[in-house]
Structure formats: C-alpha cells, structure tokens
Design a protein around this ligand. Sequence first.
Ligand code: NDP
Length: 241
Amino acid sequence: MLTGKIALVTGAGRGIGLGIAKALADEGAFVILNYNGSKERAMAAAAEIGGVAYGCNVADYEACGQMIGTIVKTYGRLDILVNNAGITRDGLIMKMGEADFDDVIATNLKGTFHTIRHASRWFLKQRSGRIINISSVSGLMGNAGQANYSASKAGVIGLTKSVARELASRGVTCNAIAPGYIETEMTDAMADAAKEAVLSQIPLKRTGTVADVAGLAVFLASDAASYITGQVIAVDGGMSM
Ligand code: NDP
C-alpha cells in the first residue's frame, strides 16, 4: 500500500514512534527512524525493518533542516512526515518552572514546526506529501498537572490546521492524531492512582496500545485518506467524546 514511499518518523526508537515506523514499513514504506537519546534502539529497529536511523534533536531548528536535506538528497524525495517526538515535564502550574514549560514547547510544538518548515518546500515541489502530527487528548481537553504539555499539544492542533490550509492546493495533507492513554514508557511513569483515575474515564474500559495509534497513522498516510486534511482524530477509547 505504501511501497516506494519515503517516510520520516521522529522519536522512532521506542514507544508510539517505533510502532508507527514498523507499521509503515510493514506496508512497504522505506522509513527513516529519527532518535535523540535512544540510538541503539533506533538502530536495532532500523535493521529489523530495513530502514535507517538518524540522530537529531527535533528542538534544534538547524539540525532538522540538515536531517530533511540529507533525506531528500539521499532518497530523492520525502512522502510521509510523522511528528511523534514528545516529552512531558508534569507539575502543577503554581510550581511549574520556566524551563519545564520551555522544554516541552521546544520539543513538542517547535519540533513539529521545525520539521514541517523544512519539509514543506519539498512537499510543495513534489505536489504531494502527508504530514501526521501526534497531538494528545490533553491538547483537546486540558489536564491538571500538564499545563505545559497541554499547551504544546493544543498548539500542534492549531499548527496542523493552518498548515493543512496552506498546503492543500498542492495536494499535501496535514492531520493530527490525538491519542488518549496509550501504554508506553511515558505512561509507565504515571502513579497507579492516576492510571486508575484515567481508566475510569475511558468508555471502552481499556488502555490503548501502540498498534491502535499506528493503524490510524498508516491509514492517514495511505491513498484511502487523500481527501482528509486538517482533521484531529482521537484514538482514546472514547475518552474525549
Ligand atoms: P515515550 O516517552 O515512550 O517516547 C518519546 C519519544 O520521543 C522517544 O522516541 C524519544 O526519543 C522522542 N523524543 C523526545 N524528545 C526528542 C527530541 N528532542 N528529539 C527527537 N526525539 C525526541 O512516549 P510515547 O511513545 O508514549 O509518546 C509518543 C508521542 O505520543 C509523544 O508526542 C506523546 O506526547 C504522544 N502521546 C502519548 C500518549 C501516551 O499515552 N503514551 C498520549 C497522547 C500523546 P529518544 O528516546 O531517542 O530520546
């Protein structure tokens, strides 16, 4: 379904990014797995799925430019960009340090801007491209203790819709996925009481898996989704409805 497509997934060494990278590769795409700290895991995953690993901190504007430039120079094109890299620095607003706010915005929101900014000229030139941004239900609903994270993920939604409007006339789509509670190292870090509280808010009465999110990413990258742009699709067991 995605044979011959070149895909870049940020934060693909582990978690949801890794699941998306594997799912895209399963459908025939050649995947560049971006990583920041997880070099060994990204390289092992790249070897497993026949892709390549590329180290780059998405919070670094110039480094993102080099990454996109290298991909286009090496493979001649870029078809699918998945902005998945993200961090949390949770804390109540009254106690939240400025660095905790800035770091989360720099990775989650600016990082997404950086790759889109550099990739957009190639997408426009090619007159095709799929941008898939990983937002969060926290960006839709807000979440106590996550003012920084929710702001970054709500920002990703505004960015997604504006980019979708700008690039639509050239056949480029831009959509956001808003996962709910997905089992990864990010949610492993939550206290048991907090996990129970979230679970009670999920109509489907189960936590989500990486595969739940990856399946939607593959669909949004496929021809079947060519008439879908500017949308935010929740994968959350009904939590945000
Ligand atoms: P993990 O904490 O398991 O993984 C985070 C990923 O982001 C890692 O691959 C990490 O790479 C990468 N990353 C972090 N900072 C950077 C950076 N500066 N540059 C490049 N890569 C970076 O998180 P999840 O897999 O759970 O989350 C993935 C995405 O999904 C995030 O955007 C998150 O906000 C979002 N999300 C997750 C939910 C969940 O319940 N798990 C719910 C809603 C949204 P490395 O290890 O190489 O540093």
